[in-house]
Design a protein around this ligand. Structure first.
Ligand SMILES: *Cc1c(COP(=O)(O)O)cnc(C)c1O
Length: 740
């Protein structure tokens, strides 16, 4: 009998990465040992697996540095148009493996680590996920950074360095319990703090009318400290920058006012200012109008725009002369992409800088702003739309409120000129919503302040265009001429190309739902509890308990998705048609060989188009059917009475079959389903899997048809159609790595 292969040997056998050069392996071992000694200050007797992970991470990082510096020098010399991707979320996951792959180092590292008596995959598992996102929107931003670097675009990701990312989910007695995500506890080897580039961000205060124009005065200052993370392209020597801001109290924070009094208290109060970057709001598709969140949104925008303007001024087109900057070429050199409305304040902030500080007249400033900014819409669900109360702006950002009023006045004047006497239309299209309290509609602000608006799947784009934003119809576009919200429809978004793992097991895993409830979101938590309760019953059933398992995978995150998606055979994408903007998991499953059972919604529509509808299990109502049903009125009870299987399910949940100790536990949920169900979930069907050969055919056809859903393709379209730049396969010359 032959000895079983080690994991390392298995990886070598199936490796398609080529053979590691012996020189590379020796170099990596040397560098690893050097970092263990000098950086980690450990020897092999006392080093922990985590020390080994860090030694390897630093070793790999060293290979990025020369390329990173070189890329930035190259941008300074060539001065290409810079793309700035603004997002409150970057859901990066782990960095080590992606970096090794993109630098072509994976095989050499595997061999070096093996020769050192360690296991690469074990070390990779020690890395914390950078969980600075909730789900699709944040993961999209991460994929886009990857693709922008791989397509050679001079791009920057701008966001917040949350000290605590998305909470860790624990399941206790079947219930979700949240734990703080202290991801920076052991340090982050991939980031570089840049305290020398710290910038001030102002809050509160008041607007003073001076003979030179309005002045925002008596503000409170918080400093924004940049942390840079390298973003390598795939084997092209490009290394772009993701710059995340961290809040830092100024050294005189609260000391001027209270100097006579409490020095200790003033120092303790520094925490208040620094809370701005403390924690990611765990809201996916939900607007929670908290002041701290509005502060976060302005914080990232204010710091980022100062950075952009500084870089523009020091470029050739900005004259490299801070006194005589011409903003004529600004929008030819600078693109700002808004990932949903979260960074929408970039629009009034850019206006404030151009009008109040750079002293451009309003019309010129507005032309520059709209030509620079573009907006991506992520949802049409009303509970997710950002509508900030005016009173919050009055207090926190008084000058921005004035600017938004001015933008709105000019916008409504144009609408009124086009549609005389149509006051309903003025109400619908206003950036300000009447009511108690009065609110600013941030999506309207984005549409009016951008030259391009896009959705995230074709069906979503169509819905937004026809029903959500009335400005997007043709006559208003004419009215706004080139600076109006011009529509660019984009078809899909997709996971980063490198998230592909092909070690498909022989499991028959059916991924049901991967739910993570925002804390306080009662119904979502109840659904998790129901899921685990059903598992308790099914998994202990004397008949099916050994053949069928219902398992809730706790703490879903990027590193778990990378494992579980390739293991899945069936992907359920069953949103009510018209409600899921795109979905992204659907495309990841398709690429990784799962078949889709789904409704004609989001990207499913285009997946069916690419693979052939016969190779998916499409079912349920279409958008038109949903609309018709909405008109007619939906009554869950009808379905309950008509479908015996459905009746049995509902009755069992209701009677406590899955919660024998607490028979009333799911009463609220049943009540919601039967009486207030907006998602029409009772309208379902069953589907049976029979023929494995047919199944495999469909799988192959799906994988073969999944090429369209690469974020590289999406970014190439953004580049050409929104940013006006050409993606390139140009390789930046390799760096001259300093030799020891
Ligand atoms: C892709 C992804 C999501 C988003 O999935 P959807 O199907 O678009 O909702 C959320 N979390 C993680 C970790 C992901 O990788």
């Amino acid at each position: 009998m032959s000895k079983p292969l080690t994991d390392h040997e298995k990886r070598k056998q199936i490796s398609v990465r080529g053979i590691a050069g012996l020189g590379d392996v020796a170099e990596i071992k040397k560098s690893f040992n050097r970092h263990l000694h000098f950086t980690l200050v450990k020897d092999r007797n006392v080093a922990t697996p985590r020390d080994y992970y860090f030694a390897l991470a630093h070793t790999v990082r060293d290979h990025l540095v020369g390329r990173w510096i070189r890329t930035q020098q190259y941008y300074y010399e060539k001065d290409p148009k810079r793309i700035h991707y603004l997002s409150l979320e970057f859901y990066m996951g782990r960095t080590l493996q992606n970096t090794m792959i993109n630098l072509g180092l994976q095989n050499a590292c595997d061999e070096a680590i093996y020769q050192l008596g360690l296991d690469l995959e074990e070390l990779e598992e020690i890395e914390e996920d950078a969980g600075l996102g909730n789900g699709g929107l944040g993961r999209l931003a991460a994929c886009f950074l990857d693709s922008m670097a791989s397509l050679g675009l001079a791009a920057y990701g701008y966001g917040i360095r949350y000290e605590f990312g998305i909470f860790n989910q624990k399941i206790t007695n079947g219930w979700q319990v949240e734990e703080a995500d202290d991801w920076l506890r052991y340090g982050n080897p991939w980031e570089k703090a840049r305290p020398e580039y710290m910038l001030p961000v102002h809050f509160y205060g008041r607007v003073e009318q001076t003979h030179e124009g309005p002045k925002w005065v008596d503000t409170q200052v918080v400093l924004a400290m940049p942390y840079d993370t390298p973003v390598p392209g795939y084997k092209n020597n490009t290394v772009n920058t993701m710059r995340l801001w961290s809040a830092k109290a100024p050294n005189d924070f609260n000391l001027q006012e209270f100097n006579v009094g409490d020095y200790i208290q003033a120092v303790l109060d520094r925490n208040l200012a620094e809370n701005i970057s403390r924690v990611l709001y765990p809201n996916d598709n939900f607007f929670e109008g908290k002041e701290l969140r509005l502060k976060q949104e302005y914080f990232v925008v204010a710091a980022t725009l100062q950075d952009i303007i500084r870089r523009f001024k020091s470029s050739k087109f900005g004259c490299r002369d801070p006194v005589r900057t011409s903003f004529e070429a600004f929008s030819e050199k600078v693109a700002i992409q808004l990932n949903d409305t979260h960074p929408a304040l970039a629009i009034p902030e850019l206006m404030r800088i151009l009008v109040d500080i750079e002293r451009l007249d309003w019309e010129k400033a507005w032309e520059i702003t709209t030509k620079t900014c573009a907006y991506t819409n992520h949802t049409v669900l009303p509970e997710a739309l950002e509508r900030w109360p005016i009173y919050m702006f009055e207090k926190l950002l008084p000058r921005h409120l004035q600017i938004i009023y001015e933008i709105n006045q000019r916008h409504l004047d144009r609408v009124a000129a086009l549609y005389p006497g149509d006051s309903d239309r003025l109400c619908r299209m206003s950036l300000i919503e009447e009511g108690n309290p009065k609110r600013i509609n941030m999506a309207h602000l984005c549409v009016v302040g951008s030259h391009a608006v896009n959705g995230v799947a074709r069906i979503h784009s169509d819905i937004v265009k026809t029903t959500e934003f009335p400005f997007l119809n043709n006559s208003i576009n004419e009215a706004f001429e080139s600076c109006a919200g011009q529509w660019e429809a984009f078809k899909s978004k997709r996971l980063r190309t490198t998230a592909l793992k092909v070690l498909k097991g022989i499991f028959c895993v059916v991924l049901h739902c991967l739910l993570q409830a925002a804390p306080g979101y009662h119904m979502a938590k109840m659904i998790i509890k129901l899921f685990t309760s059903v598992g308790e019953v099914v998994n202990h059933d004397p008949v099916v308990g050994d053949r069928l398992k219902v398992i809730f995978l706790e703490n879903y995150r990027v590193s778990l998705a990378e494992k579980v998606i390739p293991a899945a055979d069936l992907s359920e994408q069953i949103s009510t048609a018209g409600t899921e903007a795109s979905g992204t998991g659907n495309m990841k499953f398709m690429l990784n060989g799962a078949l889709t059972i789904g409704t004609m919604d989001g990207a499913n529509v285009e997946m069916a188009e690419e693979a052939g509808e016969e190779n998916l299990f499409i079912f349920g109502m279409r958008v038109e059917d949903v609309e018709a049903m909405d008109k007619k009125g939906y009554n869950a009870r009808e379905y309950y009475e008509r479908l015996p299987e459905l009746k049995q399910v509902i009755d069992q949940i209701s009677a406590g079959y899955f919660s024998p100790k607490e028979p009333e536990l799911f009463k609220d949920m049943v009540n919601m389903l039967m009486n207030h169900d907006r998602c029409l979930v009772s309208n379902f069907l069953f589907f049976i899997f029979k023929n494995p050969k047919e199944w495999t055919k469909k799988v192959i056809r799906n994988i073969a048809a999944s090429g369209k859903f690469s974020s590289d393709r999406t970014i190439a379209e953004y580049a050409r159609e929104i940013w006006g730049v050409e993606p390139s396969d140009v390789k930046i010359p390799p760096p001259n790595e300093p030799r020891e």
